[in-house]
Design a protein around this ligand. Sequence first.
Ligand SMILES: Nc1ncnc2c1ncn2[C@@H]1O[C@H](COP(=O)(O)OP(=O)(O)OP(=O)(O)O)[C@@H](O)[C@H]1O
Ligand SMILES: Nc1ncnc2c1ncn2[C@@H]1O[C@H](COP(=O)(O)OP(=O)(O)OP(=O)(O)O)[C@@H](O)[C@H]1O
Ligand SMILES: [Mg+2]
Ligand SMILES: [Mg+2]
Lengths: 257, 257
Amino acid sequence: RSVKIAITNQKGGVGKTTTAINLATSLAGRGKKVLMIDADPQGNASTGVGIGRADREISVHDVLLSDATLTAAAMSTSLANLSVVSAKPDLSSIDIDLGSQRDRFLRLKRAIDSDSGGDYDYILIDCPPSLNLLTVNALTAADQVIVPLQCEFFALEGLSQLLGSIREIRNSVNPDLKILGVLLTMFDTRNRLSDQVAQDVRANLGALVLKTVIPRNVRLSEAPSHGLPGVIYDPRSSGSIAYQKLADEVLHSTQTR
Amino acid sequence: RSVKIAITNQKGGVGKTTTAINLATSLAGRGKKVLMIDADPQGNASTGVGIGRADREISVHDVLLSDATLTAAAMSTSLANLSVVSAKPDLSSIDIDLGSQRDRFLRLKRAIDSDSGGDYDYILIDCPPSLNLLTVNALTAADQVIVPLQCEFFALEGLSQLLGSIREIRNSVNPDLKILGVLLTMFDTRNRLSDQVAQDVRANLGALVLKTVIPRNVRLSEAPSHGLPGVIYDPRSSGSIAYQKLADEVLHSTQTR
Ligand SMILES: Nc1ncnc2c1ncn2[C@@H]1O[C@H](COP(=O)(O)OP(=O)(O)OP(=O)(O)O)[C@@H](O)[C@H]1O
Ligand SMILES: Nc1ncnc2c1ncn2[C@@H]1O[C@H](COP(=O)(O)OP(=O)(O)OP(=O)(O)O)[C@@H](O)[C@H]1O
Ligand SMILES: [Mg+2]
Ligand SMILES: [Mg+2]
């Protein structure tokens, strides 16, 4: 009954965490019950919504490895309607911990599907910058994918490999997996490189590119140092307005299915 | 006889590849014989020095998995004194390919140490955004580490974990591993967040922070779309001048040892 969205791109620093935090918060602000799962050992998504390192008791690592339920791991935040399953650095050893267990790619899906406690409208999963076990778990558990794409040349390089991996997951473990869209991020109106990349991506991917474009906006990068999502820290900034629009676009695209 | 430098940070998008490319090119421009090893499946470092996807025959994957020598894998570039061992997307399956082979962390070190062909003054290794098998191979093979650190709040989060991992490698497989320095990147004089992060890092790490600071400079991000390093594409840009300075600082710090 929940819409499960993985936010992923193996290219680093493209705005995955910033998208997860601000989209989750904007959806929660529209009255939707949201769970954000931080599947990155760096734990930036947990920090970005104000969950301190010391408060992270039951984490994603416990859900994947020792069958802690999602309900047990979910923590409420200072934001109404938003809960988080946090990440700790121990998550970086998950590949070794799960070793070659046959169901190691299905752990997150099992945890989400077997948990009746939450009744969430949306579950967002923030992924690490890699096509590893954690990202595969997220793509197997999700029914939609958002691919943040920084408007820079290097970011284009990995896109076809990522779309290929998504296709492989769809053809094997998760036939329902759809691409909700490619989200252009850190679009800088002052430099023509952003325009070139945006035109290039639209020419190649057409309607897969979401209408909403996130501008480069320093208020978004200042917000985490205050433990707040950008859309709360400075709701009238250009970055926040864009993420609110993204929430509307996601609501429209997922509610009408 | 070569100085072997790993360029690593598990945080994504902090300027690892841009540093590898521009430092390698600047050192080569000063008459040093340089080999850059692209240990990231995205292959951005290979692209950034103009090596097309189709030209990448023997890659890092072959060196790690099937004992291809470094000499066989090294390709010359259009830049004098600079050779590259390129990366292809097949590298992303290296964890699975090497499985639980006992020496899987030593493969790159063995390949570098056993190769008498190159006689390089400097070997630079560009790492992926993760503390995985590839990064551990690079940290085991290297004798120095440069940690690019983006002047943003999230980038600070992962620093202590990374420094911890480097210490672990030094205490186990590579006692000679030293931190050459933490390099502040994408420093934006227009916003105070950069200053705050820089002050914070200097207060915590003191002399570990390199004197050279790389400014945010759009010419550096435009260069890869022309298949050229920034220091060649626009040598007088603020980013290029900073990387030339970095080369001087690295020469000074590694030659006088
Ligand atoms: N639209 C934006 N404008 C300005 N800064 C941004 C924007 N989006 C993200 N940032 C900043 O850029 C950096 C990278 O963003 P973020 O950490 O969200 O990317 P990521 O893809 O999650 O990175 P990683 O690959 O390490 O997980 C962060 O410091 C963030 O605050
Ligand atoms: N000083 C700079 N000023 C402006 N843009 C920069 C600078 N350094 C790097 N960039 C751009 O920022 C993006 C991220 O840099 P880069 O790809 O080098 O980081 P990385 O750490 O190698 O990323 P990954 O974690 O994906 O390997 C690239 O598009 C690059 O062109
Ligand atoms: Mg992130
Ligand atoms: Mg890189």
